[in-house]
Design a protein around this ligand. Structure first.
Ligand code: NVA
Length: 315
């Protein structure tokens, strides 16, 4: 069976660790020699976007180029997923041309549709449910800064029912991290995700806890993480959300509750004065640009793993 990467739990703990190792090697090779070996020569990635993107689009395209391959951008008006033709017909056709597909979609089920006829790996470049590529980069960044993942205390403050929160929680479950979420009432993680994360954490020794109080969640944290209050697709609720989330801002005062060597992370785009105070995101604990850079290195690892896997199956 072709291995796709739609959810963080499509990978086991060994696979995640292996991809992080590989990503780190590729990063070191690039920094030391100024170039990577062209392991994707003659390989093409199709990138489907239903929503805007800066980091995902650029890091995938640059990653492909650096490894000797090519990336093809298909924007909302190019293929019009599910409008001009069925999603299954799109993937049935695309995989006759390309070696790997990445898609950023509104509804997670569009990704599942894409995999139905796909004979090449499909990667989730963000859906309403999960953002697993972001989390691979986040794990790489945490590992670089904190030298470990198991037992690491990560506090997420803000929108619980959010793709980034979901993938972080499940990753914490897989890897044995101590994950805490503080969200306003009515904006908790989806129950299916909490259940999955808790059941995985029983095996790994991790912890998944939900709080309504910010300081309880952030106390003694190694990493403090937030995301926008208004994700792509939530724009109609903007005014309501700005009111509900007020008070869930990461401030210096809140950062002082975390460990003294804690770091601040954000997947970006970030809205200063909403989910995070300018003093924090532009302050000394913020590692947002290292985190953004790691999208590039982590995704190269993910693609190398998936392409290698699909080649084994075709043999
Ligand atoms: N939760 C955000 C992530 C952006 C990278 C969104 O879905 O818009």
């Amino acid at each position: 069976m072709i291995k796709h990467f739609l959810k963080i739990s499509d990978l086991s703990d060994e696979e995640i660790t292996g991809i992080l190792d590989l990503s780190l090697q590729l990063k070191k090779e690039l920094k030391k020699k100024g170039a990577n070996k062209p392991i994707f020569k003659n390989k093409t990635l199709a990138m489907i976007f239903e929503k805007p993107s800066l980091r995902t689009r650029v890091s995938f395209e640059v990653g492909m180029t650096q490894l000797g391959g090519h990336a093809l951008y298909l924007g909302p008006n190019d293929i019009q997923m599910g409008k001009r033709e069925t999603i299954a017909d799109i993937s049935g056709t695309l995989c006759r041309y390309v070696d790997i597909i990445m898609a950023r979609v509104f509804e997670h089920k569009a990704l599942q549709e894409l995999t139905k006829l796909a004979t090449v790996p499909v990667i989730n470049g963000l859906s309403d449910l999960e953002h697993p590529c972001q989390i691979m980069a986040d794990l790489l960044t945490m590992l670089e800064y904190k030298k470990r993942l198991k037992g690491l205390k990560v506090a997420f403050v803000g929108d619980g029912e959010n793709n980034v929160t979901h993938s972080l929680a499940v990753a914490a479950g897989i890897l044995g991290m101590d994950f805490r979420v503080a969200n306003p009432k009515g904006y908790a993680m989806k129950r299916e995700i909490v259940n999955e994360a808790i059941s995985l954490s029983k095996k790994s020794g991790g912890q998944i806890k939900e709080f309504s109080n910010l300081t309880d969640a952030v106390k003694e944290a190694d990493v403090v993480y937030t995301d926008t209050w208004i994700s792509m697709g939530d724009e109609a609720e903007k005014e309501k959300r700005l009111k509900v989330f007020k008070g869930f801002q990461i401030t210096n005062k809140l950062m002082n509750m975390a460990k003294s060597d804690s770091v601040f992370m954000h997947d970006m785009p970030a809205y200063r004065g909403n989910e995070v105070a300018t003093e924090v995101i532009d302050g000394p604990q913020s590692i947002i640009f290292d985190q953004a850079e790691n999208r590039l290195h982590a995704q190269k690892g993910v693609m190398a793993f998936l392409i290698k896997n699909s080649q084994k199956i075709k043999k």
